[in-house]
Design a protein around this ligand. Structure first.
Ligand SMILES: [Zn+2]
Length: 420
């Protein structure tokens, strides 16, 4: 008889296909040996195969957080206040990313990166690497060992960047193809590869078109940045004068489709949002980064009113923390200031199931439901945070009052505060 494992405590989770947020004060999250969720049962109704129950009463169990946008090689420059965007890239980011040609450095930071994600309860990441294929392999190996779920992209850059980071289009695309062949779908889909042109300024039209072709040929996600900063937008059109606007650069080469994740999208007008909606592209909303670089505020109501799928991204290191709940707090503030009116429930969904939808993994993770894989985190819960309202407060804005104590991916413990 198969023995199941249970985790007994309060559980809060979005429910796929609805806008509902389910809350159970005392339930047993029941997981099969392979890491699939069997169901949520009242303590007296658990199946007889349930042999081991971890008693987490007094804690709160929520789906693992999904960080749809962050940069592994920027881990050590988190908090460097040298923005705005283009100046920050020149002064801080490009010199740091050049260090990733050193294998030891890349391996050390890969470990720091994966630990920082797990420690903050992030179970799935959409991570940009550097333009080094070797460093990208190092990150994949580290993620494979760590147990985390990840989408990783080799950053494509063949112009307007330091020589140390520039890789000609034919070589970069060939390396991307090799990385996809090696890593995409690894460990039953836990690891994926995404085609990742950094942004339009640092990519020739040849590179962008080749990236689109690779995404099409292998059915890969595309990750890139768009409309983050007005000066960036002006430079983009100087570099690509054949395009009518920033989004058009990507559209014309075939890079905007239902597997495309656009980060930022701050300076879109209504017509551009209509185009994003028509192409069913996804949005990585990174408000902490947007505040830190003074880039502006994305109007969350624009994508949501068009049914565009949105997730949250810390955007480390323009974002100042690996804590997706901190990003969620900034998303709330930005929503208030742009008359978006997002609620804590909606933002919690963006940080979990919404992010899974962005990364194309919502059939597997993002909510705690039977048949999905058991990616979840355990949050400390103060006694005063009672009921659904208290749980929501802790799970959304309560990083300090309700820190992560354990992080699980596919039913496997990948981080525990007790062992840290
Ligand atoms: Zn970014």
């Amino acid at each position: 008889m198969t023995s199941l494992t249970g985790y007994r405590g309060a559980v809060m989770t979005p429910r796929a296909g609805t806008r509902e947020l389910d809350y159970h004060d005392d339930t047993v999250l029941t997981v099969a040996p392979g890491g699939t969720i069997v169901g949520l049962y009242k303590p007296g109704d658990a199946p007889p195969e349930l042999r081991l129950i971890h008693d987490l009463r007094g804690s709160l169990i929520v789906p693992g957080f999904v960080d749809t946008h962050l940069h592994y090689p920027q881990t050590r420059v988190t908090g460097s206040a040298s923005g705005p965007l283009l100046e920050w890239l020149e002064r801080t980011v490009f010199p740091e990313e050049a260090r990733f040609s050193n294998a030891t450095y890349a391996a050390d930071v890969a470990r720091e990166f994966t630990m920082a994600c797990a420690r903050h309860g992030t179970t799935t990441v959409g991570a940009y690497s550097s333009s080094s294929a070797t460093a990208t392999t190092t990150l994949f190996r580290c993620l494979e060992d760590s147990g985390l779920r990840a989408v990783v992209g080799l950053v494509l850059m063949d112009q307007n960047c330091p020589d140390a980071l520039r890789v000609p289009a034919d070589r970069a695309l060939s390396e991307a193809d090799e990385l996809a062949a090696t890593w995409h779908g690894r460990d039953a889909g836990r690891l994926s590869f995404a085609v990742t042109p950094r942004f339009a300024i640092t990519c020739s039209k040849t590179m962008l078109a080749g990236a689109a072709a690779l995404s099409e040929r292998r059915s890969l996600l595309v990750m890139t940045h768009v409309a983050e900063n007005p000066k960036e937008e002006n430079e983009t059109l100087e570099v690509h004068p054949w395009a009518t606007d920033y989004l058009d650069v990507y559209e014309r080469v075939g890079l905007v489709h239902e597997r495309t994740i656009l980060a930022h999208a701050i300076h879109f007008d209504g017509a551009q949002w209509d185009r994003v909606g028509a192409r069913r592209a996804k949005i990585a909303h990174c408000p902490d980064s947007n505040f830190f670089l003074g880039s502006g505020m994305m109007r969350l109501a624009e994508p949501r009113s068009r049914g565009v799928v949105v997730g949250l991204g810390t955007d480390v290191a323009a974002g100042r923390s690996f804590d997706i709940r901190r990003t969620l707090s900034h998303a709330y503030d930005a929503s208030l200031m742009t008359a978006g009116g997002a609620t804590a429930e909606e933002l919690f969904e963006l940080a979990t199931l919404g992010g899974a939808r962005v990364l194309g993994k919502d059939d597997v993770v993002g909510s705690l439901e039977a048949g999905k894989e058991a990616d979840f985190v355990v949050l400390q819960r103060p006694a005063h945070a009672e009921g659904k309202e208290g749980a929501l407060r802790i799970a959304t804005f309560g990083s300090e009052a309700g820190p992560v104590t354990r992080t699980y991916v596919r039913g496997k413990l990948v981080w525990s505060r007790a062992a840290d």
